[in-house]
Design a protein around this ligand. Structure first.
Ligand SMILES: *Cc1c(COP(=O)(O)O)cnc(C)c1O
Length: 399
C-alpha cells in the first residue's frame, strides 16, 4: 500500500519519463563535490572550469537595455519569430562579417540564446528511430536534445590525428541513410579546433548525398586570435540548401546571462524550428532584442579589446602548462585550452589531482563524451593575476 499524504489519501508515486532517465550521467558531479569540499576547507581555488566570460557586457549595450526597459511598448508579448528589426540587424551583420546575404523574414530566427534553438531543433525534424550525428567530445545539448526527440545520437569522434574534425568516411552508410541531423561546432568547444573551407565543403556534400540537415554551432566565431577570422558555413556553396547555423551574442559580447541568440540558413529548416518555438515559448524580451540590435550594429567596437584580453591569458596559461610538462597546443580560437592528460591518469583522476594539489579547477574531457577521455579543458575566463597564480602553482606540480 502507498503511504498516505496529509489529506489521508494515497501519495502519488512520482515516476520520471523514460527520456529523462536516458540523460547521460552528470560526470561533473564528483568535481562539483570536490570543489565544495576544498572550498569549505579554506582552499583558494582558481576556477578554470567554467565557459562563461568574466568580462562585463559593454556599457553601450546595457544603456540600450535600460532605456528600452522603460518603454511600455516592450513590456508586452514579443513577436514569436523575433522583431524584424533584430532579424534585419542579424542579416546586416552577416553581410558585413561574412559577405552572406540573408532574407531577414525567412532565413533568420531570433532565439532565447543559441542553446534554446539547439535544444529544440530535433523536435522539428527527428522521429523515433532516426539518427542524429553528434560530435564527441561536444556540447552536451546536441546529444540530450536528440534523446528528448526520441532520436538516437551517433558519435562522430573528434581526434587529434584528424585535427579534431569528424572523419565523415567513418560514418557507416546505413547510419548516414537514417540520419536526420548532424551537429558540428567550429571554432570548437571543448577542443578549441577550427575548421576551414574544404571541411565545410565536404560536410555540405555529405549532407546533400544523404539528405541530412547540418546544424552548425558557431557560438565562438568571434573569439579568435592572431588575426584569424573563422568563416561561416553559409559562405560555402550549397550550404543554404542543407544547413542552419546557430549564433549567440553570449560569447561575442559577453552576454551569457541575457539569453539572446539567433539561427540563420535554409528557410524550411529555420521555419521548422520556428514552428516548434511558436508552440513552446513566446519569444525574447523586446528590450533585450533592442539591446541585441545595438550589440550587432556596433560590432567591432570592443572586439579588439576582448581579444587582446583572451590572448594575454592564453599565452600565459599555455606557457605555464608547458613549463609543468603538459602537452597543449596554443589555440587559434575559443577561450579554451584542450590539454592532454599525462598517460598515467584518466581525465577525472588528473582533474582531481590538479584540484587537490594545486587548487586549479579544470573540466575533465570525458564529460563532453567518451572521445574526450585523456584530455582536460581549461577556460580562459579568469583574470591575468589568477592565471599568473595558476602558473606559479603549476611549477610546483610534478606530473
Ligand atoms: C556557450 C555555448 C553555446 C550557448 O550559448 P547561448 O548562451 O545559449 O547562446 C552554444 N554552443 C556552444 C558550443 C557553447 O559553448
Amino acid at each position: 500500500m502507498n503511504p498516505t499524504n496529509s489529506l489521508g489519501g494515497a501519495t502519488l508515486k512520482i515516476e520520471q519519463a523514460k527520456r529523462v532517465k536516458q540523460i547521460p550521467p552528470y560526470v561533473f558531479a564528483e568535481i562539483d563535490r570536490k570543489k565544495t569540499e576544498l572550498r569549505e576547507k579554506g582552499m583558494d581555488l582558481i576556477d578554470l572550469g567554467i565557459g562563461d566570460p568574466d568580462i562585463p557586457t559593454p556599457k553601450r549595450i546595457i544603456d540600450r537595455l535600460t532605456e528600452a526597459a522603460q518603454d511600455a511598448e516592450n513590456h508586452r508579448y514579443p513577436s514569436y519569430v523575433g522583431m524584424l528589426d533584430f532579424r534585419q540587424a542579424v542579416a546586416d551583420w552577416y553581410k558585413k562579417r561574412f559577405q552572406v546575404s540573408l532574407d531577414p523574414r525567412t532565413e533568420v530566427l531570433t532565439l532565447i540564446g543559441s542553446k534554446e534553438g539547439i535544444a529544440h531543433i530535433p523536435l522539428a525534424f527527428v522521429d523515433p528511430g532516426e539518427y542524429v550525428l553528434v560530435s564527441d567530445p561536444g556540447y552536451p545539448v546536441y546529444r540530450v536534445s536528440t534523446i528528448f526527440a526520441g532520436g538516437t545520437p551517433h558519435s562522430m569522434p573528434l581526434v587529434r590525428e584528424n585535427q579534431f574534425l569528424p572523419d565523415l568516411s567513418k560514418i557507416p552508410p546505413q547510419i548516414a541513410e537514417k540520419a536526420k541531423l548532424m551537429f558540428i561546432n567550429y571554432p570548437n568547444n571543448p577542443t578549441a579546433a577550427v575548421a576551414e573551407r574544404p571541411f565545410f565543403e565536404e560536410v555540405v556534400e555529405f549532407a546533400t548525398k544523404y539528405e541530412i540537415i547540418i546544424c552548425h554551432d558557431a557560438a565562438y566565431s568571434e573569439i579568435a586570435f592572431d588575426g584569424y577570422r573563422p568563416m561561416s558555413l553559409m559562405e560555402v556553396n550549397g550550404a543554404r540548401d542543407v544547413a542552419i547555423e546557430f549564433h549567440s551574442l553570449s560569447k561575442t559580447f559577453n552576454m551569457t546571462g541575457w539569453r539572446i541568440g539567433f539561427a540563420v540558413g535554409n528557410r524550411e529548416v529555420v521555419g521548422g524550428l520556428g514552428r516548434i518555438k511558436t508552440n513552446i515559448d513566446s519569444g525574447a524580451f523586446q528590450a533585450v532584442q533592442l539591446a541585441g540590435i545595438e550589440a550587432l550594429n556596433g560590432y567591432g567596437t570592443e572586439t579588439d579589446e576582448i581579444i587582446s584580453i583572451y590572448t594575454a591569458r592564453r599565452n600565459l596559461l599555455v606557457k605555464g602548462l608547458r613549463a609543468a610538462g603538459l602537452e597543449v597546443e596554443s589555440p587559434k580560437a575559443t577561450f579554451y585550452l584542450w590539454v592532454k592528460v599525462p598517460n598515467k591518469y584518466t581525465s577525472a583522476e588528473f582533474a582531481t589531482l590538479l584540484m587537490e594539489k594545486s587548487g586549479i579547477v579544470g573540466t575533465p574531457g570525458n564529460g563532453f563524451g567518451d572521445a574526450g577521455e585523456g584530455y582536460i579543458r581549461f577556460a580562459l575566463t579568469v583574470g591575468e593575476d589568477r592565471i599568473r597564480e595558476a602558473e606559479d602553482r603549476l611549477k610546483e606540480l610534478k606530473v
